[in-house]
Design a protein around this ligand. Structure first.
Ligand SMILES: *Cc1c(COP(=O)(O)O)cnc(C)c1O
Length: 380
C-alpha cells in the first residue's frame, strides 16, 4: 500500500510494538518528519497548520459548516476544553457513562462547577438510548449531552448515531469524545448531528502525542465566547486567534505538528476512514480469533467490540502470572496493557497504530510462547 508498511514491519527504531490504547506505534516516516526545527512564524509551518485544519474538517465531511481548532496537550486537555467551552455556566450536561472516560467528564464538571446529570451503564453494555430519550423528556434543563464513541476502558462501541438522533429530536446539543475512534470509525457530519467532537494526534491518526483537536459546528462555537473557565483551554479564543493571525496563541508543539502532517498524508493514502478502519478491523479479527483459539475469553461479544482495543478476561490458571506475562511479551517486542475494568479482572490488547496482520500474528505467537513457558495448555 504505502512504502511505510515495510519500514514499520522491520521495526527500524528497535522499539517494541505498542498494543496499547496510545501513544501508539508510528511509522518511521512520521518519526522522521520531526527532524526539523521550525519557528512558530515560519511560513512552511503556518501553511502546514492551515492545511491540517482543513484536513480535520474533511475527515468528518464538515466542509462549509464545521471548523477545527487544535490544542496543546494530551487528549484529556481537549475533552476538558470542549466541556468548558460548550457547556455554559447556566447549562446542564447529561453524561452517558460506561467506563472511566465518561467518569472523567463528570470529574471535569466537578472542577468547573458545571451542572450535570449522569446516566450510567455497566462497562460491558452500550449506553442506553431509551433511557436517554426518557431523561431528555423528563428534564428540560438538560442543554447538552456528551457520549464517548469507543469507551477505551473496555473497547466497547457506543451507538453515537442513535444517540445523535435522539438528542437532535429533543433539540439539545451533542458533544462527542471520539478520542480512540476518530479516523478509524466514521463521525460523519452528513449523517450525525453534533456540535463538537474531540480527538488527539496520537491515536487512530497515528501521529506523535502532544496535541488534541476539536471539530465543531461553526454556528455552535460562535456562541461560546466567554464560556471557558480556563485561559489556555479556551477553544473559542484559540479558534478566533488562529483565524486572525494563522498562529497558535501560545508555543505550538511544532514537532508534533510536523509528524501529524505526515501522519495525515499516510492516513489519506491508506484510504481514510475506510482504509484505516479496515486495517484495524482485520487486526482485531485476527487477534480475537487467535486468542480465542488459545482459550482466552473476550469481555465483549463481537457485535459490541470496536476494532480499537480488546479486553480479555484474566486466566484463572494458578500458573498464569500477569506481571511475568506482560514482561515476557515485552521482551519479545510487544507491549500490552493492564485492564481498567471494575466488573472483572482483565487485560487489554490494542489493534491500532502502525500494525498490520503480520504484527498481530507475531504477537499471538509471543502469547503462545508465554503459555508454553507457564506450562499452561488449557486456559481456565
Ligand atoms: C485516550 C482517551 C482520552 C484522552 O486520554 P489522554 O491520556 O489524556 O490522551 C479521552 N477519552 C478516550 C475515550 C480515550 O481513549
Amino acid at each position: 500500500m504505502t512504502d511505510t508498511d515495510n519500514q514499520a514491519a522491520s521495526s527500524p527504531s528497535g522499539d517494541p510494538y505498542l498494543l496499547t490504547p496510545g501513544p501508539l506505534t508510528t511509522s518511521l516516516t512520521v518519526k522522521q518528519a520531526m527532524l526539523h526545527d521550525y519557528g512558530s512564524r515560519d511560513a512552511t509551518f503556518i501553511d502546514l497548520n492551515a492545511r491540517m485544519l482543513e484536513r480535520l474538517v474533511a475527515i468528518v465531511h464538515g466542509e462549509g459548516s464545521y471548523i477545527s481548532v487544535p490544542l496543546q496537550g494530551s487528549g484529556t486537555f481537549v475533552v476538558e476544553a470542549m466541556i468548558g467551552n460548550f457547556v455554559p455556566v447556566d447549562g446542564k450536561l447529561l453524561i452517558l457513562i460506561n467506563g472511566a472516560y465518561g467518569q472523567r467528564i463528570a470529574k471535569i464538571c466537578d472542577y468547573y462547577r458545571r451542572d450535570y446529570l449522569i446516566q450510567e451503564s455497566p462497562e460491558d453494555v452500550p449506553v442506553d438510548v431509551q433511557q436517554l430519550d426518557a431523561a431528555l423528556d423528563a428534564d428540560a434543563d438538560i442543554s447538552h449531552v456528551v457520549v464517548v464513541h469507543c469507551e477505551t476502558t473496555s473497547g466497547i462501541l457506543n451507538p453515537i448515531k442513535e444517540v445523535s438522533e435522539i438528542v437532535a429530536r429533543h433539540q439539545r446539543s451533542l458533544l462527542i469524545d471520539s478520542m480512540s475512534a476518530f479516523g478509524a470509525l466514521p463521525v460523519d457530519a452528513r449523517e450525525i448531528q453534533f456540535d463538537a467532537v474531540v480527538a488527539s494526534s496520537n491515536k487512530c491518526l497515528e501521529g506523535a502525542p502532544g496535541m488534541g483537536f476539536c471539530v465543531a459546528r461553526e454556528s455552535a462555537i460562535e456562541k461560546t465566547q466567554g464560556n471557558s473557565p480556563s485561559l489556555v483551554l479556551d477553544l473559542y479564543e484559540q479558534w478566533r486567534g488562529m483565524q486572525k493571525t494563522r498562529q497558535w496563541r501560545f508555543t505550538p508543539p511544532t514537532h508534533v505538528l510536523l509528524a501529524f502532517d505526515q501522519a495525515l498524508t499516510e492516513y489519506e493514502v491508506e484510504g481514510g476512514v475506510e482504509g484505516r478502519g479496515g486495517r484495524y478491523r482485520a487486526n482485531c479479527d485476527l487477534l480475537v480469533s487467535g486468542m480465542r483459539e488459545m482459550g482466552f475469553k473476550t469481555l465483549l461479544p463481537d457485535e459490541l467490540q470496536a476494532p480499537i482495543i480488546v479486553t480479555f478476561h484474566m486466566p484463572l490458571n494458578p500458573e498464569f502470572d500477569f506481571n511475568a506475562f506482560y514482561d515476557g511479551l515485552k521482551d519479545q517486542g510487544y507491549v500490552i496493557y493492564p485492564g481498567k475494568l471494575t466488573v472483572a479482572d482483565s487485560f487489554r490488547m490494542g489493534c491500532i497504530g502502525r500494525l498490520d496482520q503480520q504484527h498481530m500474528q507475531d504477537a499471538l505467537d509471543a502469547v503462545k510462547n508465554m503459555l508454553n513457558h507457564f506450562g499452561i495448555d488449557k486456559i481456565l
